[in-house]
Design a protein around this ligand. Structure first.
Ligand code: FUC
Length: 458
């Protein structure tokens, strides 16, 4: 298939054949498109179409949706080692500082920084479109986590100083915005689980999206607070502030398991109107977040949630399918992750390899690119795991994948098994490498590298 034009290679896969080299091309194409649509020092990040909109009236105005889409655009930025692409997003977000402070003050009467489910080049931060779509007061905090993650990958102190006001502003906003639910729990209200509606329990008839403390909000808060704690030293955060965060966190509602054994999406176990809904916000803590990954019971419930969505037609938009790849990578299920790469190519990709929402929307390309990398290496929870979710038929090599802690990894693998790896540290931070449950702790100085093989792990 390598000799064929791209549209015919895609057709070959759509016809039911396997072509791993097309997966590799899809990955490189994602890197290329992010480089081309998010070029530092530009001030505008990649929008819904990257930059390839040809219409006067573009779908969703070629804007920035911040309840999954803009975040997903930047998932591969560091992982796939095109970190310079992050610059325009950082520029854009810092330009949002003042509008977001105004939003927190005028919409909610609190100090802090907030942004809702969508924004544009004019700095919109308040609810846009309709409360039914827009009531996501923590969408900005989710964006702040992208900013944090870039620091975690690069460990660049100058960059951290630049974006810290957004991280601190989000944390302030959360602590000021939370209210007591009357039973001692602190909740976000009003809020919603992005765009997903449910039947009200009492009547079973009317539908709503508005609620309080949806699972995603609580998971975002935990993730942001965890990040802030790690910034205590580099940013000199006073102990009293951390203490305040800890007290707030102790009063958040717990993660709950719902009637069918999945992660409960809302504060009550409402029945969803569309069980195959494209958004899977209550799995934020599986990917890109981490809070669900540390507990085997919640990992199991996450898988049940995904199966429930898929059994009801889930994954039907390009970006939703791309998210599936990342979910299964985090569940360490390489075969399923690969299945969803194929589904992305077969059902949600057009001839030039653009992602098809439908219509064309670039987030699926970037989410898919990130998912392929996530299958090869993962670096959340202070560990760097090699080949965590690689299908048994993958043989080859990869060079230059970035991991959190400021390091770069090359790997050779055969039938899904590690042959050798080279780890280079750019930040001089010690790393705990994991392969098949065994570990190896490195203490490489800046710029130093280490060659390893499966026997290096104990
Ligand atoms: C969100 C998604 C839609 C679409 C739009 C641009 O609102 O729910 O599927 O991707 O953003």
């Amino acid at each position: 298939p390598l000799q064929l034009p791209t549209d015919q290679r895609l057709k070959f896969v759509k016809d039911g054949n396997r072509d791993n080299s097309l997966v590799a091309l899809y990955f490189q194409y994602g890197r290329y498109m992010l480089l081309a649509s998010s070029r530092y020092p530009a001030k505008l990040p990649a929008n819904l179409q990257g930059k390839w909109n040809h219409l006067f009236n573009a779908p969703w105005n070629a804007d920035y949706h911040t309840n999954i889409n803009l975040q997903m655009n930047y998932w591969p930025s560091d992982l796939a080692n095109v970190s310079s692409t992050f610059g325009p997003l950082a520029n854009f977000m810092t330009a949002m500082l003042e509008p977001g402070i105004n939003c927190a003050k005028t919409m909610y009467g609190v100090e802090g920084w907030a942004m809702h489910h969508g924004t544009d080049i004019f700095g919109r931060t308040s609810i846009m479109d309709d409360p039914m779509w827009g009531t996501s007061p923590l969408a900005g905090a989710w964006m702040a986590l992208n900013l944090y993650d870039h620091y975690d990958f690069t460990r660049d102190p100058d960059y951290l100083k630049k974006v810290y006001p957004i991280l601190k502003g989000s944390t302030d906003f959360i602590m000021n915005f939370l209210i007591d639910d009357g039973r001692g729990q602190l909740v976000t209200a009003p809020s919603m689980s992005p765009e997903n509606s449910f039947y009200l329990q009492d009547t079973g008839k009317s539908q709503s999206v508005l609620t309080y403390a949806p699972a995603i909000d609580i998971q975002i808060i935990r993730e942001l607070f965890a990040g802030m704690r790690k910034l205590q030293k580099p940013m000199n955060i006073p102990a009293a502030y951390i203490e305040r965060m800890n007290k707030v966190e102790a009063k958040l509602p717990p993660t709950r398991i719902n009637a069918y054994g999945g992660i409960q999406e809302w504060i009550k176990d409402y029945r969803e109107v569309e069980p195959g809904h494209r958004h899977m916000s209550h799995l934020f803590g599986l990917y890109p977040g981490t809070s669900l990954t540390r507990d085997p019971t919640l990992m199991k419930a996450s898988r049940t949630t995904i199966e429930h969505r898929l059994a009801n037609g889930g994954g039907h938009t390009g970006w939703s399918r791309a998210w599936m790849i990342n979910f299964f990578a985090r569940l360490k299920d390489g075969e399923q992750a690969y299945y969803h790469i194929e589904q992305l190519l077969r059902k949600s990709t057009i001839d030039n390899l653009f992602d098809d929402h439908p219509p064309f929307q670039i987030d699926g390309n970037f989410g898919g690119t990130a998912g392929i990398a996530e299958m090869l290496v993962q670096s959340h929870n202070e560990k760097v795991e090699l080949l965590p979710a690689v299908p048994s038929h993958w043989t080859g090599e990869v060079k230059g994948l970035k991991v959190r802690g400021g390091a770069v990894v090359d790997m050779k693998f055969q039938r899904g098994q590690l042959v050798s790896a080279l780890v280079q540290s750019d930040a001089g931070v010690p790393l705990t490498l994991i392969y098949k449950g065994k570990s190896l702790v490195t203490s490489l100085a800046k710029g130093k590298s280490l060659t390893i093989n499966p026997e290096s792990f104990k």
